[in-house]
Every structure is written in structure tokens, then in C-alpha cells.
Design a protein around this ligand. Structure first.
Ligand code: NAD
Ligand code: TYD
Length: 339
């Protein structure tokens, strides 16, 4: 099998490449990544010498480049992780989210239609379902939950999902879509909640909690997401959507307090800051379909996964210290100073 993995210099795509090269050592993996602020070649350093791995720098929205790559490589499978992925950035600058997440996806689909493919897999998010109320813990997102987005990020991901489904219905492109809950683990860019809090706590910096900290996220250890996608691309039914999540719901405040406790810091580091506009209240996945159809189950519970993640950030300081000492400083100042 030859698999093009887009966005693999990022958090989940990078973990997926490491996972796949271990699980399927005979497969050839090509990483295609534009190396935006979120892409990091250091994430791929452990596999750069693997003869079954290669890296190509490029934009999924660049039609000529994508067609050339398909012609040269004749891939069997595309797994599309490439995206602008941060909700707060989408509130500041929605345009790039439409360009990469929607136009980029459409270019990949056109290439699949033109050159033929065994499977196109779209890595989507539970955020396309909008949010759930905090006082209804009995409610979960299923694959039938209507799409109802809140942020420019989730709207762009939902638009991409609709295009993927349209290319299946109209052009018979063999697609699958997965919608996963919040991931955490190694190589997570420190603009997102968990790595931001770990990095700040280690530097004794304030821990900025949006609003009241009551919002709930359903956390999945990144390797469990990788195993689910592996199953879907090999055994999932063409044309189907699969939700991925492991029932590990936590309020943001619980997450932040766990990190403080694990690092032996003080809760006085917590600073409540103004809320994110349109802030989704609760995400919670019902993973029944992937469990019953494909036998997928997560293996890492939050209490264990958060310990492993913290240990990874302690053991890999150069990876994240280099990030937060660069242009990230400007981003941080703009987002958090005087908030
Ligand atoms: P990330 O921001 O860490 O990585 C995105 C990668 O895509 C980066 O390497 C970046 O350089 C690359 N990229 C951006 N624009 C590109 C373009 N135009 N062409 C080629 N490459 C480009 O994101 P992530 O957290 O790893 O998320 C990966 C995917 O998973 C996204 O599609 C996201 O919507 C989805 N997802 C993420 C989560 C989560 O919790 N992080 C949960 C569910 C779904
Ligand atoms: P994030 O990691 O940005 O993921 P998403 O918004 O896609 O779920 O944020 C997770 C939660 O943490 C979300 O409710 C917003 C909150 N949050 C904070 O309270 N403070 C922060 O500095 C960040 C980045 C997020």
C-alpha cells in the first residue's frame, strides 16, 4: 500500500505516521505538509531515515502540485489531516481556514476523482455537531446528529465533510470520514489547552482559563485516534461516517487542576480570563458504531494518558521550548495580554 498522509508534520498526523510505520512496516508512507506555523519537522525526525517514509513540502490547495504528486506516486490511500486546526485563530482570521480546510479538501477530492483511489479518508472533528448543553449529561453526538457549527473552524470542517460526501454520491469517490473528540498526547502544539497549560505551569506562568472553566471536552489519547483511523481505512464501509471517542469527559478546570497536581504546582497559577466568543459548552461522543462495526476500543484512560503526556513534555523540553520561544510569543501576547 502507498499512503499519502497530509498534515503529518502536525500533531495527530505525526503520531499517525509513527503508528502506521510500526503497525504496517511494509506500507509506503508519503507525508505531504505545507509546514505552516503548526508543522514541525522535528516531529518527523524519528522516521526520516525509514526507507518506507518520504516527505514532500506542499499545499493541499495547490492543484498543479497535487495532480503532479498523484501522477508521480499513484497512491492507494489518502488520509487528510492537513488543516488549520485552532478555533481561536479561526476567530481572528477565518479566511485561511476556508482556503485550506475547504478548498484544499476539494482539490484532494478532484485528484482522487481524476486519478482513481482505493480510499480517501477525511479526518474530521466532533465540532461539526456544535455543542451539547451542560445540564444534559445523557446526550451524546451520534453519526446522525445534525451538523450545526459554532466557529469558523468547525464551519470549515463541516463544509469539507459535505464536499467529501458529495464526491462520494455524485462521483463515486470511495471515501470515509471520521469525527473525533479532542486529542491529547505527544507533539501537541502548545497553543492548545493541555500542552499550553503544561508549558505554562512548568514555567510558573499564569494558566489562562476561559470563562468559568465549566466547559466540557471528551479527551482521547492520540494513539487511540490513530488506531481507529487505521481500522477505518482498512475495514470501514465506503461512504460512512464514524465517530471516535472514549467517554473521557472532563471540565477544563478539572484538566487544569490535574496538570497542576501532577506537576506539584499551586492552584494560584489559575487565572480566569474573558471567554472565547461562541464558546462550545460540551462535546461528548457516542462511539457505538465504530465499536460494534469495527471492534474499536480506546486503550488509554484520561488519568493514565495525562500522566504519559506530562512525562513526554518533561522528557522533550527542546521540542516545545523551541516553539514557544519563536513567533509563538507574538501569538501569545496578542491572544492573552490584557484578556
Ligand atoms: P495541527 O494544527 O497540529 O497540524 C496541522 C498540519 O497541517 C500542520 O503540520 C500544518 O503544517 C499542515 N497544513 C496546514 N495547512 C496545510 C496546507 N494547506 N497544505 C498542507 N499541509 C497543511 O492539527 P492537528 O491537531 O494534528 O489536527 C489534524 C486534523 O485532525 C485536522 O484536520 C483537525 O481538524 C482534526 N482533528 C483534530 C483534533 C484535535 O483534538 N487536535 C480532534 C479531532 C479532529
Ligand atoms: P482547545 O485546546 O483550543 O480545543 P477546542 O476548542 O478545539 O476544544 O481548547 C479546549 C478547551 O479549553 C476549550 O473549551 C477552550 C479552553 N481553553 C482555555 O480555557 N484556555 C486556553 O488557553 C485554551 C487554549 C483553551
Amino acid at each position: 500500500m502507498k499512503i499519502i498522509v497530509t498534515g503529518a508534520a502536525g500533531f495527530i498526523g505525526g503520531n499517525f505516521v509513527h503508528y502506521m510505520l510500526k503497525q504496517h512496516p511494509a506500507d509506503k508512507i508519503i507525508c505531504l505538509d505545507l509546514l505552516t506555523y503548526a508543522g514541525n519537522m522535528e516531529t518527523l525526525a524519528p522516521v526520516m531515515d525509514n526507507p518506507n517514509f518520504s516527505f514532500v513540502k506542499g499545499d493541499i490547495a495547490d492543484r498543479a502540485f497535487i495532480y503532479q504528486l498523484f501522477e508521480a506516486e499513484k497512491p492507494n490511500i489518502i488520509v487528510n489531516f492537513a488543516a488549520e486546526s485552532h478555533v481561536d485563530r479561526s476567530i481572528e482570521n477565518p479566511g485561511i481556514f476556508l482556503q485550506t480546510n475547504v478548498i484544499g479538501t476539494s482539490v484532494l477530492l478532484d485528484a482522487c476523482k481524476k486519478y482513481g483511489i482505493k480510499r480517501y479518508h477525511q479526518v474530521s472533528t466532533d465540532e461539526v455537531y456544535g455543542d451539547l448543553p451542560l445540564d444534559r449529561p445523557d446526550l451524546y453526538f451520534t453519526e446522525e446528529t445534525p451538523i450545526h457549527t459554532s466557529s469558523p473552524y468547525s464551519a470549515s470542517k463541516a463544509s469539507a465533510d459535505l464536499l467529501v460526501q458529495a464526491y462520494h454520491r455524485t462521483f463515486k469517490v470511495p471515501i470515509t470520514i471520521s469525527r473525533c473528540s479532542n486529542n491529547y498526547g505527544p507533539y501537541h502544539f502548545p497553543e492548545k489547552l493541555i500542552p499550553l497549560m503544561i508549558a505554562n505551569a512548568l514555567n510558573d506562568k499564569k494558566l489562562p482559563v476561559y470563562g468559568t472553566g465549566d466547559n466540557v471536552r471528551d479527551w482521547l489519547y492520540v494513539e487511540d485516534h490513530c488506531s481507529a483511523i487505521d481500522l477505518i481505512i482498512h475495514s470501514g464501509r465506503v461512504g460512512e461516517v464514524y465517530n471516535i471517542g472514549g467517554h473521557n469527559e472532563r471540565t477544563n478546570l478539572e484538566v487544569v487542576k490535574t496538570i497542576i497536581r501532577e506537576l506539584g504546582k499551586d492552584e494560584s497559577l489559575i487565572q480566569y480570563v474573558s471567554d472565547r466568543p461562541g464558546h462550545d459548552r460540551r462535546y461528548a461522543i457516542d462511539p457505538t458504531k465504530i465499536k460494534t462495526e469495527l471492534g474499536w476500543e480506546p486503550t488509554t484512560l484520561f488519568d493514565e494518558g495525562i500522566k504519559k503526556t506530562i512525562q513526554w513534555y518533561l522528557d522533550n523540553k527542546p521540542w516545545w521550548e523551541r516553539i514557544i520561544s519563536g513567533e509563538y510569543q507574538d501569538y501569545y501576547g496578542k491572544m492573552y495580554d490584557n484578556r
